[in-house]
Design a protein around this ligand. Structure first.
Ligand SMILES: Cc1cc2nc3c(=O)[nH]c(=O)nc-3n(C[C@H](O)[C@H](O)[C@H](O)COP(=O)(O)O)c2cc1C
Length: 178
């Protein structure tokens, strides 16, 4: 599929088939989202001042795993199912094999006035979000960008995050229902 075709076919998917995702597909998707693409360590997604602040967490019924872009691997963070803390009205997140949560690590930035680093967090997450959407489309996977009001305190407690780490948005990923 060309980028033009992926752009043309991308749409929000909220109804999913009960089909698991192959492990290799998951790792490819995480790389496409914000993996290391060059020898200088830079990423598939741009980031403000090259802060590389967006962390990826794979949220499943059996727990949460953090993507390590250097090792291109997943590390278990918790056996807690945090989906109820993120769901809001997006009940379809219980029907997908996994949901990718994007967290901006604000400690990656030098201090800036006027909440500028928080603005960068939202912009940087948007870049990763579109990578996810287009790559899913190219693989025949469904997704939807979701940024509802989340229970940030509960998510931070479950994942061991500080107030400097902002859960911004998430992407449920699965095969679309027919
Ligand atoms: C920042 C952002 C937040 C969104 N939050 C949600 C959400 O919480 N739940 C949902 O079902 N869709 C959410 N969406 C998806 C939009 O509703 C969707 O992109 C829009 O209706 C256009 O449809 P399309 O993606 O099929 O073009 C969000 C999209 C963006 C960009």
């Amino acid at each position: 599929m060309t980028v033009r075709e992926a752009l043309s076919e991308r749409h929000s998917v909220r109804r999913y088939a009960d089909t698991p995702l192959p492990e290799e597909t998951v790792m490819d998707l995480l790389w496409a989202a914000n993996g290391i693409s060059r020898e200088n360590g830079r990423r598939t997604a741009p980031s403000a001042v090259n802060a590389q602040d967006i962390l990826l967490y794979v949220c499943r019924e059996d727990g949460v795993y953090r993507y390590d872009p250097v090792a291109a691997s997943l590390e278990l963070v918790t056996r807690t199912d945090i989906r109820p803390m993120m769901e809001a009205h997006n009940h379809f997140i219980y029907t997908v094999p996994l949901t990718i949560l994007l967290v901006s690590d604000q400690t990656r930035f030098e201090p800036r006035p006027n909440n500028r680093n928080r603005d960068f967090a939202f912009m940087d997450a948007g870049m990763v979000s579109e990578n996810i959407s287009l790559y899913c489309t190219s693989l025949g996977l469904g997704t939807v960008c979701c940024a509802p009001p989340m229970d940030l305190d509960a998510i931070r407690a479950a994942l061991g995050l500080t107030g400097q780490q902002i859960p911004v948005l998430y992407h449920p990923v699965g095969y679309p229902a027919e």
